[in-house]
Ligand binder design. Structure first.
Ligand code: PLP
Length: 413
């Protein structure tokens, strides 16, 4: 237990201490809290904020999706608690959506679980897998909530370094034996936030074999399944697409579970809806944990998600085209000011190596940048030790605004 330094006085003048769990210490994401303060400072100084720090799409959800939710809201039968059997239509829609994309059959009854956003699922899963002290193997840099979920389960993190020279893929052979002996799960995420790296099917095959050999659960967080910009070039890419599913490497679902969201492909981040597909035992275990916590997402939101997954998919293509265009504009504008950054093949992010004198100080770069120019970006260090030296820009504004942001960055540099 951590003793809070402040004393609390009750009505009778008695003094007591408030005690908090030690795990709370691990959940303090100081880097992003610092950025929040710097953004507030910039606003207070009258700067116009161009916020490229959050991966929250500025594009709206489709009209037919919103209409399905509106219809549900007006239907009073949707207003009560929703138990598992009530989510059947959604599970079926998710299973069919997956099957059409990846040609692997999915049992909607046992292999699909609706989630209140995919982050909810990846954060709860460690509670079903990790005992106190067990290791989870995570990507570093990586999505902060992956580590947060492990800390909630009182687990330990082994960060697998992602280096540019390895195409931001982890090297499994580098994981120390004693860590492996106590490891229970590995979390992957390609296309990757924050580096934008993609992984070929052969990498997932290697990961599946490794996890089978070491009795690890293989978790794949797959929010950017659709946000892929390039055409397939090699024979392998043509067969699997540029962003393969982990289940293509583990079609019998022996060790794997994959997490999807409607936040990115369907611009539904605020609606909080996602789902998991994978090994039936893992799905059941996660369902058990969730049963303690929630009664599923609101049925109206599930109906909106069904409309998104089963309706016309042209809007997904339009979203991809929008982010591709923004990527090109931003990368080109950076190149014009002398900042050469590799063109990302996927996601809504640009992962840029910091120029001198900022190479080892991404937090200071980002706080100073936002305070002096109003342009907010995410410091690489916020995604883990191996993210230091980089900055992540989220392309969540129109091209004209992105160009202004780059001008301001140029003045700052
Ligand atoms: C890797 C990763 N996982 C999960 C999420 C959150 O997804 P959701 O909105 O479904 O919780 C994000 C959002 O940026 C992400 O980048």
């Amino acid at each position: 237990m951590v003793r809070d330094t402040k004393f609390v006085t009750n009505g009778k003048g008695q003094v007591s201490q408030m005690l908090f769990a030690k795990r709370l210490e691990f959940l303090q994401t100081n880097v992003f809290a610092d950025m929040d303060k710097a953004k507030a400072k910039a606003l207070a100084a009258g700067r116009q904020l161009i916020d490229l720090s959050l991966g929250s799409s500025d594009l709206p959800a489709e009209t037919h999706v919103v209409e399905a939710i509106v219809r549900s809201l007006q239907d009073r039968s949707t207003h009560g608690y929703l138990l598992f059997h009530g989510t059947e239509a959604f599970r079926l829609a998710a299973a069919r959506w997956y099957e059409q994309k990846f040609a692997i059959s999915v049992d909607p009854e046992t292999e699909v679980l609706p989630l209140i956003g995919s982050q909810e699922g990846t954060a709860h899963l460690p509670l079903a897998i990790i005992d106190p002290g067990d290791f989870a193997l995570l990507l570093d840099p990586g999505y902060p909530s992956h580590a947060g979920g492990v800390y909630l389960a009182s687990g330990q993190i082994y960060p697998m370094p992602l280096r540019a020279e390895n195409n931001f893929l982890p090297v499994f052979a580098d994981i120390p034996g004693p860590v492996l002996a106590q490891a229970r799960m590995m979390v992957l995420n390609y296309p990757h936030n924050p580096t934008s790296a993609i992984a070929p099917l052969s990498f997932f095959q290697e990961a599946v074999a490794f996890c089978q050999q070491h009795n690890l659960v293989l978790v794949h967080d797959f929010p950017y399944v659709d946000l892929v910009f390039e055409e397939a070039k090699s024979k392998e890419e043509t067969q699997t697409g540029l962003a393969p599913s982990v289940l293509q490497a583990d079609p019998d679902k022996t060790v794997s579970i994959e997490f999807f969201t409607l936040s990115k492909s369907y611009n539904m981040g605020g609606f909080r809806i996602g789902f998991a597909i994978g090994n039936a035992k893992l799905i059941r275990a996660l369902r058990q944990v969730k049963a303690v916590v929630d009664f599923n997402q609101y049925r109206g939101i599930l109906n909106g998600a069904i409309a998104a997954l089963t309706g016309p998919q042209d809007a997904v293509k339009a979203t991809v085209a929008t982010f591709r265009h923004r990527r090109d504009v931003f990368i080109d504008a950076l190149a014009r000011i002398g900042w050469q950054v590799p063109t990302p093949k996927a996601t809504m992010y640009v992962w840029a190596q910091l120029p001198p004198p900022w190479q080892q100080n991404s937090v200071e770069f980002c706080t100073r940048l936002v305070e002096t120019t109003g342009v907010a970006a995410s410091p690489g260090a916020g995604f883990g030790k191996f993210g230091e030296g980089y900055v992540r820009f989220a392309l969540v504004h129109e091209p004209a605004v992105l160009k202004i942001a780059v001008q301001k960055i140029a003045e700052f540099l």
